[in-house]
Design a protein. Structure first.
Length: 206
């Protein structure tokens, strides 16, 4: 593997959504797919008994956004209500930007949804013994996708050494959000450290 290639794929849990220029917190985004439909054609005098296929129209899926229900937050309902009066010039369309973020919280990959509007608003279900957050979802009809890959800084292989409590050390190949170099200590290391402190003996993790 080249030293300029990251060791791990991107996690999908760190993202942000910008709606009409303001950042809104969402817990889930789905439907980020698009395809080119196929046109099949065959002339009657073709010597082979099969159809030819060529690219046709581009199809974009509807986007679904989910987020928690907050007191006084009626933005989703207001966006949906704008579609009632669209013939009177109501600006019911807008731009939605979805950013996949890196460890430094900067965008790595961006999806721009052009001329999007809210077609469906699903309120949370209610259950007396449910121990969970109230979630509402919005279905967005979009006109066009604009995927954008941001130019990231060149990746360099980290050279980090972790010192153990028993004076041993070993190199680690990479650092992450939860690497010991960022101050996080694995739970098994904390347990061994406490045990070693009580007995005064040197221990190692197998």
């Amino acid at each position: 593997m080249s030293s300029s290639t990251p060791l791990y794929p991107l996690p999908k849990f760190h993202f942000q959504v910008t709606w009409q220029g303001s950042t809104t917190s969402f817990t889930e985004v789905s439907g980020l797919d698009f395809e080119t439909e196929v046109i099949e054609y065959r002339p009657g005098d073709k010597p082979t008994y099969n159809k030819s296929k060529q690219p046709g129209l581009t199809k974009y899926s509807n986007i679904t956004l989910k987020h928690g229900t907050f007191v006084g937050d009626l933005d989703a309902y207001n966006y949906w209500q704008m579609t009632f009066y669209f013939q009177g010039g109501q600006p019911f369309r807008g731009t939605v930007t979805i950013d996949l973020l890196g460890e430094d919280h900067s965008p790595i990959f961006t999806w721009v949804l052009a001329n999007a509007w809210v077609s469906k608003l699903t309120s949370t279900d209610l259950k007396a013994d449910a121990n969970e957050v109230a979630i509402e979802s919005l279905a967005n009809i979009i006109i066009k996708f604009h995927p954008r890959l941001w130019q990231a800084a060149p990746y360099t292989q980290p050279s980090t050494t972790i010192s153990w409590y028993n004076s041993r050390s070993f190199p680690v190949e990479s650092t992450s959000l939860f690497s010991p170099s960022r101050g996080w200590t694995p739970h098994w290391r904390r347990r061994l450290s406490k045990k070693a402190g009580k007995t005064g003996s040197r221990m190692c993790c197998r």
